[in-house]
Design a protein around this ligand. Structure first.
Ligand code: NDP
Ligand code: 2IT
Length: 451
């Protein structure tokens, strides 16, 4: 099917490349969507005539701004801040903020673009956006992080609002940073509103939001495994990352009877042959979230574990792989090694962690593979639930939120099946997620006229 439309895809991509030079991550994300969507559009001319694809790849608005702040020793730092307000056809812009030295416009445009389709899949009224800064929180004191967050929000506050654009966390932005940014927004606007999600539970945050992305990833993997009459019980799980998404993916996998063998950070991975149980996971949570330490320190307490410096965990034999760190962290060689070692299911927790060549290898190998925009949608979905609770001025119980999250992940899975079921009965989750996400946004864009 794709081959038949090769010429159209190539022509479209060459336009994208010339309009977005030096933006490899953004081009990669657009290519993945274009491959699924162009054949569909060719057969559904209303989308072609309305130039939906040409419009959807152009952000509605991009903000870039200077963020100056002072270190504890009085020296001055200058960072760059961004907010990409990509698409508001389905609702206010919604998506996280990333603080990491690798942040640039390409990275945030890729993330904002992915967010449009992901948010559409959640079934909730959410547009797509993303933002952040090349600020590196590592090695900064709490008061330095606070001053940076305040400086960042001083500018961002002009462009966001509870009915306009509602940022949340992502890499390098957790409860601490959301708190500092919320405080500054409130100070500037003199308004206590749900302008950010991932807030503390005493001041408007939703229960289960911290857990939601990781739990959602595992709920989604359960749905995938069900299609092969499988489940998580007794399965070996390999996880990358040791941040928010990795921690709660591990927690839910353990609860459902799986054995988690690895976790990682940017310095390498740990392998625990006896499995990371809840107690060991609590040690990792304390290490990463409170002490802000390195994953290698796991070995100080658990001596039977191994630390593989500078390596990713994909050579570890497993049934289920959950990449939960960052983009392009799983290459073609990694995919082949997972396949050789008998992997059943690869369910992305991070955004775009598998390279296009890795995804192709999973497809050729007949492996259950789901893209982050489907399997990690539980985070933003629960942010949507936090917004609803803020509007209602009510808080739902953990059980209520968790039930809603489980239902949403089931619905995201059903949408992928609806649009991604192949003639041989297998499910192409990439195509399914892209088409299901696209159709809803495209129809809304048509209804709303040429804007
Ligand atoms: P955190 O900052 O909590 O954790 C990030 C983890 O990934 C850390 O272990 C970090 O290691 C590792 N990591 C980050 N960058 C790199 C890199 N360049 N190379 C290797 N390891 C790296 O972030 P989250 O857990 O929130 O986010 C992880 C992924 O999940 C991202 O792709 C994010 O976009 C995605 N995501 C997050 C959601 C959320 O709700 N938070 C929702 C949906 C998706 P180190 O400590 O060494 O930097
Ligand atoms: O990539 C993502 O979906 C997120 N970082 C969460 C976004 C949100 O608004 O909760």
């Amino acid at each position: 099917m794709t081959q038949k439309f090769d010429t159209q895809i190539k022509a479209f991509m060459s336009e994208i490349q010339s309009k977005n030079p030096n933006e490899p991550e953004f081009i990669q994300a657009v290519y993945e969507v274009a491959e699924s969507v162009i054949p569909f559009i060719e057969e559904n001319p209303k989308y072609k005539d309305a130039k939906i694809l040409e419009r959807i790849v152009e952000a509605e608005r991009i903000l870039m701004f200077r963020v100056s702040w002072t270190r504890d020793d009085g020296s001055i730092e200058v960072n760059r801040g961004f907010r990409v307000q990509f698409n508001s056809a389905l609702g206010p812009y919604k998506g996280g903020l990333r603080f990491h030295p690798s942040v640039n416009l390409s990275v945030l445009k890729f993330l904002g673009f992915e967010q449009i389709f992901k948010n559409s899949l959640t079934t909730l009224p959410l547009g797509g956006g993303k933002g952040g800064s090349n600020f590196d929180p590592k090695g900064k004191s709490d008061s330095e992080v606070m001053r940076f967050c305040q400086a960042f929000m001083t500018e961002l506050s002009r462009h966001i609002g509870p009915n306009t654009d509602i940022p949340a966390g992502d890499i390098g932005v957790g409860g601490r940073e959301i708190g500092y940014m919320f405080g500054q927004y409130k100070r500037i606007k003199n308004e206590f509103t749900g302008v950010l999600t991932g807030k503390g539970k005493n001041w408007g945050g939703s229960l289960i939001r911290p857990e939601a992305t990781g739990y959602g990833v595992v709920y989604f993997s359960q749905e995938m495994l069900k299609t092969k009459n499988e489940n998580l019980k007794g399965k070996n799980v390999v996880i990358s990352g040791s941040g928010n998404v990795a921690q709660y993916s591990a927690e839910k996998a353990i609860e459902l009877g799986a054995q988690v063998l690895t976790m990682s950070d940017s310095s390498g991975y740990i392998f625990d042959p006896e499995g990371i149980d809840k107690k060991k996971l609590n040690f990792i949570k304390e290490l990463k979230n409170v002490k802000r330490g390195r994953i290698s320190e796991y070995l100080k307490k658990y001596r039977k574990a191994e630390f593989h410096k500078g390596k990713t965990p994909w050579n570890t034999p497993c049934h289920i792989a959950l990449p939960c760190a960052t983009q392009n962290e799983l290459t073609k060689d990694d995919a082949n090694s997972l396949i050789k070692n008998g992997v059943l299911c690869v369910c992305e927790g991070a955004n775009m962690p598998s390279t296009p060549e890795a995804i192709e290898a999973f497809h050729l190998g007949g492996i259950l593979f789901s893209p982050g925009k489907a399997s990690n949608a539980g985070g933003v979905a629960t942010s949507g639930l936090e917004m609803s609770q803020n509007s209602l001025r009510l808080s739902w119980s953990s059980r209520e939120v968790d039930e809603k999250l489980q239902n949403i992940m089931k619905e995201v899975h059903e949408s992928c099946v609806k649009y991604g079921k192949q003639e041989n009965g297998s499910i192409d989750y990439v195509k399914g997620a892209n088409l299901a996400g696209f159709v809803k946004v495209a129809d809304a864009m048509i209804d709303q006229g040429v804007v």
